[in-house]
Design a protein around this ligand. Structure first.
Ligand code: HDE
Length: 714
């Protein structure tokens, strides 16, 4: 048998055909039962007389209601709330030196992907803007089988060993006696667990940072987290870390804003992703890899197998190898987004696992969870999960089997079926695990090299700008402020003091308690059988003290595009149409969208007598749903001074450090409404109407995302 990889460059079509087989479209069709019987009355059940009892005979009613009763399947135990999209991955340059994976070898191959983003802790109907890690799961439908890169938007994890995962999740989920709070880590059980597990401290710094409050799913980085292996056709192994870098840059919202968005539009991220794709603004990420030769495995200040550690980009640069584009929304949320089944164990020849004990545990969990969630080992037959590679084996039967396997042979070896299906040799594309030598005692233990829990927490904290550090302190003060048990707060201050003393002092002040004195190095309760502190956490000095790649703000202008940003135009009857038009056109040219807001829907009439269509009224619009604000000129604009909604709008924009532009009379509204406003360079004004230079400055400012410097003045 010949290896058929690298033959069909147009795989997107293949996956599309696969999905099309099951797509139904009711246009111009009769309503029928599941058995294809045309229905004559879909409004009334079958009764004994018009006012009589319903009859059991009514098979149409029973079929309809039975189906309805069973519509729900168990939601994912974690990552229940998600949004997804189709797209493709294209390679920039061959990676064959490191991996024989076909989709990473041949630049002609366009690999279809399905990507699901998620929050972790909340249930399926929870808000998008919870402070949380985001899942970033990518299914590559490659010609050699599905490869799932099931990552997060944070490059490290809370715990080092899969054994602690149920404990972590039980702690963060709503507390079991009253099922509160929903989609929030700010409660006692979470911080109780964290305070007893020093290994969580690095991840805690990330989750308390603005990384946990993305502006958009399209503006987050993604990480494979664990160290994987690349295997080339000489069977040589390199360690590899996967990164996704968003073309729109990595941006966040403010915490107060996140909470308000949750009230105003709890589908904020879902809607943003959906609308971007519908309007042709396809989100893009570049795939990057950090490659580490086998020989360098022990060269670092940390263990490559420890998922609470990252490999600083300063030590191993990220090489960009390709691009992913999401260009099609799902047709049906349940069939695709809900039923997609990811699994870190879905790999292809050329990619293999490391011995990271968290990854190893995940390799068990994901099939098991699909069995309970999707109800059958046949979940691979659901269209969204089907491989586009030929699939033949002797697995048979089970609930809802779709395949009609022909013939009498369902075993191997066989002679009756001419030995088919064959095993594939390695040069025919057969998968063989990397031949790693293992010579060890069977133990329940953790390597001493996993015992440093603070140095990378410090590295992350030290890499942040002042604003970002302040946000971490605020987040910790909020979260621990919600904790009711004093001992938990104190233990957390103890742990924080091993990260940064100023940070600890700030949080202690907010909590109104003293930093504990004579803090002992905390025992890691995640280690050892007897909890006797078998392994006291160490604090190994890192070869670098700060890494710019870890700060969002230091990289905020790498991509200073304002493409797809939404700018609120605060308008009223008698606005100056030229003022609106000039700014709107300039924003459009830069890829951003102007949203006209006015006291009522419909249209408003400008001072020149022109009709301007209104997108939203002040009743619906809220500053937190926009990236920036423009108050145009025009005599009528002065009327905005009397609107309380406008005051709230401007105050929120100001407080959330957004850039605000105002022209002519618009300046008066601004000055009137922001009571304590001190004009800062985040507020850009022009006295002349329709001023092109104002739009140039405003667009340049918006490219910085936020004017965080303002926070000090608030
Ligand atoms: Fe998951 N995780 N996880 N996880 N995970 C699931 O699988 C699990 C971990 C991640 O959009 C579940 O199908 C264990 C790390 C994502 O459908 C479940 C451990 C990372 C998604 C599960 C981890 C992830 C999941 C629940 C520790 C980042 C959503 C539903 C050993 C690298 C995928 C499901 C989607 C989902 C188990 C840790 C990412 C229960 C046991 C680390 C993005 O199988």
């Amino acid at each position: 048998m010949k290896n058929s990889k690298k033959t069909n460059p147009d795989l997107s079509d293949a996956k599309q055909r696969d999905l099309d087989v099951n797509r139904s479209n009711a246009e111009n069709q009769f309503l029928t039962t599941d058995q294809g019987l045309k229905i004559n009355d879909n409004n009334n059940s079958l009764k004994a007389g018009e006012r009589g009892p319903s009859l059991l005979e009514d098979f149409i009613l029973r079929e309809k209601i039975t189906n309805f009763d069973h519509e729900r399947i168990p939601e994912r135990i974690v990552h229940a709330r998600g949004s997804a999209a189709h797209g493709h991955f294209e390679l920039y340059k061959t990676m064959e030196k490191y991996t024989k994976a076909g989709f990473l070898n041949d630049i002609k191959i366009k690999t279809p992907v399905f990507v699901r983003f998620s929050t972790v802790a909340g249930s399926r109907g929870s808000t998008d803007l919870a402070r949380d890690v985001r899942g970033f799961a990518v299914k590559f439908y490659t010609q050699e089988g599905n490869f799932d890169l099931v990552g997060n938007n944070v490059p490290v994890f809370f715990i080092q060993d899969a054994m602690k995962f149920p404990d972590l999740i039980h702690a963060v989920k709503p507390e079991p006696h009253h099922e509160m709070p929903q989609a929030a880590s700010a409660h006692d059980t979470f911080w109780d667990f964290i305070s007893l597990m020093p290994e969580t401290m690095h991840m805690i710094m990330w989750v308390m940072s603005d990384r946990a409050l993305p502006r958009s799913l399209r503006m987050m980085e993604g990480f494979g987290v664990h160290t994987f292996r690349f295997i080339n056709d000489k069977n040589e192994s390199h360690f590899v870390k996967f990164h996704w870098k968003p073309k729109l840059g990595t941006h966040a919202v403010a915490w107060d804003e996140a909470q308000k968005i949750s009230g105003k539009n709890s589908d904020f991220h879902r809607q943003d992703l959906w609308e971007a794709i519908e309007s042709g603004n396809f989100p893009e990420w570049e795939l990057g890899v950090q490659i580490i030769p086998e020989a360098d495995e022990h060269k670092f200040d940390f263990d490559l197998l420890d998922p609470t550690k990252l490999v600083p980009e300063d030590l191993v640069p990220v090489t960009i190898v390709g691009k992913m584009v999401l260009n099609k929304n799902p047709d049906n949320f349940f069939a695709e987004t809900e039923q997609v089944a990811f699994h870190p164990g879905h790999i292809v020849p050329g990619i293999d696992f490391s011995n990271d004990p968290l990854l190893q545990g995940r390799l068990f969990s994901y099939t098991d969870t699909q069995l309970s969630r999707l109800g059958s080992p046949n979940f691979h037959e659901i269209p969204i999960n089907r491989t586009v590679a030929p699939m033949h084996n002797n697995q048979r039967d089970g609930h809802m089997r779709q395949e009609i396997a022909v013939g009498r042979v369902s075993y191997h070896p066989n002679s009756l079926g001419n030995g088919c299906p064959f095993q594939a040799k390695i040069d025919e594309g057969g998968f063989a695990s990397f031949n790693e030598r293992i010579d060890a005692h069977k133990v329940r233990a953790r390597s001493e090299s996993f015992s440093d829990h603070f140095s990378q927490a410090k590295l992350f904290y030290n890499s942040q700008t002042q604003v970002e550090q302040d946000h971490i302190a605020n987040a910790l003060s909020f979260e621990l402020g919600k904790v009711e048990t004093p001992a938990i707060r104190e233990r957390m201050l103890g742990l924080l003091s091993f990260v940064d003393s100023a940070l600890t002092a700030t949080v202690a002040k907010a909590l109104g308690i003293k930093v504990p004195v004579d803090i002992q190095k905390p025992i890691n309760h995640g280690v050892g059988a007897d909890d006797e502190g078998k392994q006291e956490p160490t604090d190994k000095k890192q070869s670098i003290e700060s890494s710019d790649a870890l700060s969002m703000l230091k990289n905020a202008t790498i991509s200073n595009t304002i493409a797809t940003r939404q700018i609120a135009f605060l308008c009223a009857e008698g606005v100056n149409a030229a003022s609106v038009k000039t700014m709107k056109q300039a924003l459009k040219n830069a890829g951003a969208k102007a949203i006209i807001i006015a006291p009522h829907l419909g249209t408003i009439v400008s001072e020149e007598g022109l009709e301007i269509p209104v997108d939203q009224s002040y009743r619906i619009a809220s500053s937190v749903l926009f990236d920036g604000v423009f108050i145009p000129g025009g005599k009528g604009i002065i009327a905005l001074k009397d609107l309380k909604e406008v005051r709230e709008f401007i105050n929120d924009s100001y407080n959330h450090c957004k850039f605000i532009a105002a022209e002519a009379q618009g300046i008066k509204v601004l000055e009137d409404k922001i009571e304590k406003v001190k004009k800062d360079s985040g507020i850009i004004t022009s006295e002349s109407v329709g001023d092109k230079s104002l739009s140039v400055s405003f667009i340049k400012a918006l490219g910085r995302h936020r004017f965080w410097e303002r926070e000090k003045m608030l």
